[in-house]
Design a protein around this ligand. Structure first.
Ligand code: SF4
Length: 330
């Protein structure tokens, strides 16, 4: 492992300045992903700027009913927060579906958003990978692609995004607050992560020195009827083959509005705008749920080994919407 300089930031401005001053510097939060990468030789920064002691560990109710979540809030604390559980159950469920209890106790909100793909080739420095080493090729294309993307992939990279939490935040129209070279700005979670296109090494739209300080959840009363469903190869401590975050606004058996995002299908949390549009104003029936899934998945393109993800995604979405409909009628 390459030697690196270490410094602990005492405030956010100082942290940003320190990283901006050194092109080889990165932020260190809980380190649950970065430290793995250091050990595997996936990344070799020259400087770690530790932001884990910055005062971003509060969950605050905002005027009007939304919530502000500090970037350093631990995943376990966010999942267990009474207002998160009551107002945004899909977010609590998504957090609890991720990682292990030990990791959730350590991992932070900001770090969870920025975790990198678990593509096995990305994690193996002996294989070509355009994300790890631009221009080297993509070993997954024509290789083991069972867990890879069916939506939004490119001929440079077919990796999926691993976060469960980010899928729920995309469905909820959460907004990320960022401090960087140009001061503070806001980025919707739906626009934070990129599709791979010709630059798969860039996971997000963040620039060098950008520090996530908080995530804001807008008020959404009907998100009380929401959930997160995840399908994976084993019951815990595994990444999603397919996951769905969904909320339904129902009145007299008709869908007034819906929020849907998929995980495990793309290089980013996949907000299912076409499925949402297909549902609005329709009766909450199994046939309409299936039609909404078809509307979203019409653009899906399987790799060699992961064609199963498309009918699986359809089935998981229909089952999730059925579950929410039954919740509503209780
Ligand atoms: Fe690398 Fe992406 Fe190809 Fe995986 S899918 S080997 S991350 S370029």
């Amino acid at each position: 492992m390459r030697e690196f300089a270490y410094e602990r930031a005492t405030d956010a401005g100082q942290a940003v300045t320190a990283v901006l001053a050194d092109p080889e510097a990165v932020f260190l939060g809980a380190g649950t992903n970065l430290v793995d990468h250091l050990k595997l030789g996936i990344t070799a920064p020259g400087r770690l700027v530790d932001v884990s002691r910055l005062p971003f560990d509060e969950i605050i109710e905002r005027p009007g009913g939304g919530m502000r979540i500090g970037a350093a809030v631990r995943n376990a604390d966010l999942a267990a927060h009474p207002l998160i559980r009551a107002r945004y159950p899909m977010l609590s469920a998504a957090l609890l579906a991720g990682a292990s209890a030990q990791l959730r106790n350590l991992a932070t909100t900001g770090g969870n958003l920025l975790q990198r793909t678990r593509c096995a080739y990305f994690q193996d420095p002996s294989t070509p990978c355009n994300k790890r080493e631009p221009g080297s090729g993509c070993s997954a294309i024509g290789g083991c692609d069972r867990e890879h993307a069916v939506l939004g992939a490119s001929d440079q990279c077919i990796a999926t995004h691993p976060s469960d939490m980010a899928v729920a935040m995309a469905a909820l129209d959460a907004v990320v607050r960022v401090l960087g070279a140009r001061g503070e700005r806001e980025i919707p979670v739906t626009r934070l992560h990129r599709l791979p296109d010709a630059e798969p090494d860039r996971d997000t739209v963040l620039e060098h020195g950008d520090l996530i300080t908080a995530v804001e959840l807008p008020a959404l009363d009907w998100a009380r009827r929401s959930t997160y469903r995840k399908v994976r190869d084993r019951a815990s401590y595994a990444f999603a083959l397919v996951s769905v975050a969904a909320a339904l606004d129902l009145a007299d058996g008709v869908v007034r509005d819906a929020r849907i995002a998929f995980g495990g299908l793309a290089h980013k949390p996949w907000r299912a705008y076409d499925a949402e549009a297909a549902l609005r104003g329709k009766a909450a029936t199994e046939a309409n749920f299936a039609a909404a899934a078809e509307a979203e998945l019409a653009a899906a393109r399987p790799q060699r080994q992961n064609g199963f993800k498309i009918p699986l995604a359809r089935g998981v979405l229909v089952a999730t919407l059925r579950e929410l409909t039954e919740q509503e009628s209780r």
